[in-house]
Write a new protein. Structure first.
Length: 497
């Protein structure tokens, strides 16, 4: 692993095409070349930058200055072009892009309205009243991204409205009322319906609605729901529950496929053999022989004697920013090829559980000496030997990598970092509260970096930097799959058919 020098920046973001790295430094937005980290552009803001976001086409970048209720937009290819959006007393809580990169959606304070601005001279905003949430409850359809669905709440009742970008989102194409208190929503994989689910600590329901407001299917079999995580294709989603269970739902059959428990003994019994589950424990490396690699993973053999470290339950259960108790499954991360799901459990903060959805069982359990702070899967555009890689950061200054073909690790200059992969899978952004650095992980241990396949893939990615959209999808490092992960089979899940 190789690491860059530290930069006193915050809000680091790779551009979607992988060519640039943007970050904030007080009242400036700094754009660097993704390979050399040399400065390309510097944009000056009116106030300290709270958040930045790239447009999907990587041509524009916006910066939120929430104290003044202002959003500023710049063009990377035209340094003289800029845009300033001022919401005045309404304020700004979140700004985001639409899929076309030509509209900016701004959520105002107190959920007053969602403003949709078009990037053109003398444009007027379309206002969508009473959005329910600041950071969720807004979804564009998967196909052409023309239709915007907004979860709204007024008079103590949830509503969904669908708007069309062709009329500047000014009118409702469809609108209907929801029976319940919803946490979020998403479009079905074929854009034929909308899927909504209830807020935590209430009735655990998944509701499929037609665009005309007809309730198509209602799934209640999940246990007490804490949060839900859709797969990248929206074909599946996993429901994280307060009791530590993880439910896998199919979007095509609209039913529960399987349920997993965060219990090693139960997972081993379902797998059928201890050899099929890799339990890896972090161990200190030998400082005399390997002073730079930090800790390393050691595979445990006697799994019946393994005890997963658990955290003692506090007298008062802590809650997150939404007031939801921090109990049960904390995080679930899908791999881009939808073969794996990595999860964290509040009661076992040092452990990472990796579930193989092809075999519908536990694939690996990673045990660390300190609490896990961040997980990030490598993108599918990476070479096949680098695909399906999970990067893990902990409270210690160590970085771990797991993949089906091997693991790797190294000492890093930052601890407790947030992780974000570049779109080509060759570099990883690490950032803490006020510093960022870039890591080039290299291939996993046991995979030669100079093999012809790896050299060819890496050279193609470097030569085609900025042309990620034209790259071939990466092949899975898992056992061969003979069918799409969403074909209609008896198990609805696919990889095993």
């Amino acid at each position: 692993m190789r690491f860059s020098e530290l930069h006193k920046h915050t809000c680091g973001q790779w551009s979607p095409d992988g060519r640039y790295l943007a970050a904030a430094s007080m009242g400036r937005v700094l754009v660097r070349d993704a390979e050399t980290l040399k400065l390309v552009q510097v944009f000056v803001c009116c106030e300290k930058v709270g958040r930045i976001e790239w447009s999907p086409d990587s041509q524009y970048i916006l910066a939120e200055t929430s104290k003044q209720g202002v959003v500023q937009v710049w063009c990377i290819s035209d340094g003289d072009w800029s845009c300033r959006i001022d919401e005045g007393l309404a304020g700004v809580t979140r700004a985001r892009w639409d899929p076309s990169s030509r509209h900016v959606l701004i959520m105002t304070e107190f959920h007053m309205y969602l403003a949709v601005w078009k990037l053109q001279q003398d444009a007027t905003a379309a206002h969508i009243r009473h959005p329910k949430y600041d950071d969720r409850g807004v979804a564009f359809n998967h196909g052409d991204g023309r239709f915007l669905a907004v979860l709204r709440r007024s008079n103590c009742q949830d509503h969904v409205s669908v708007h069309n970008s062709e009329d500047n989102f000014s009118s409702e194409v469809f609108a209907f009322q929801i029976d319940g208190d919803c946490a979020d929503m998403m479009w079905a994989h074929d854009d034929s319906s909308l899927l909504l689910w209830d807020r935590p600590a209430r009735a655990s329901r998944f509701l499929w609605y037609s665009l005309r407001g007809e309730l198509l299917v209602q799934v209640k079999e999940c246990k007490l729901l804490r949060s839900a995580y859709p797969s990248p294709s929206a074909q599946f989603l996993v429901a994280a529950c307060f009791d530590g269970s993880l439910c896998l739902l199919s979007g095509t059959t609209r039913s529960i496929v399987s349920t997993f428990a965060h219990d090693l003994k139960s997972a081993l019994a379902e797998t059928g053999g201890a050899d099929d589950v890799a339990v890896l424990r972090e161990e200190p490396s030998n400082a005399e022989t390997d002073a730079t690699s930090g800790a390393r993973y050691l595979r445990l053999r006697n799994l019946s004697a393994v005890r997963v470290p658990e955290e003692h339950i506090a007298r008062e259960t802590p809650v997150d920013a939404d007031g939801v108790p921090q109990v049960g499954v904390a995080v679930a991360k899908w791999s881009p090829d939808e073969r794996y799901v990595a999860t964290l459990h509040f009661g076992m903060p040092t452990s990472v559980w990796i579930w193989d959805l092809g075999r519908v069982c536990l694939s690996a359990l990673l045990l660390h000496r300190s609490a896990v702070k961040s997980l990030a899967w490598g993108p599918c555009t990476a070479p096949s030997t680098l695909a399906s890689r999970l990067a893990i950061s902990t409270s210690d200054a160590s970085l771990f990598m797991w993949s089906p073909v091997g693991t790797s690790n190294g000492n890093c200059p930052l601890a407790m970092t947030r992780l974000r992969w570049r779109s080509d899978g060759l570099h990883l952004l690490m950032q803490d509260k006020d510093c960022i650095c870039v890591c080039a992980p290299g291939p996993p241990d046991g995979v030669e970096a100079d093999t012809p396949a790896v050299v060819k893939a890496l050279s193609e990615l470097r030569d085609g930097a900025g042309e990620v959209d034209n790259a071939e999808p990466a092949k899975s490092c898992a056992p061969p799959i003979t069918a799409q992960p969403w074909h209609d089979c008896c198990c609805c899940c696919c990889y095993c058919c």
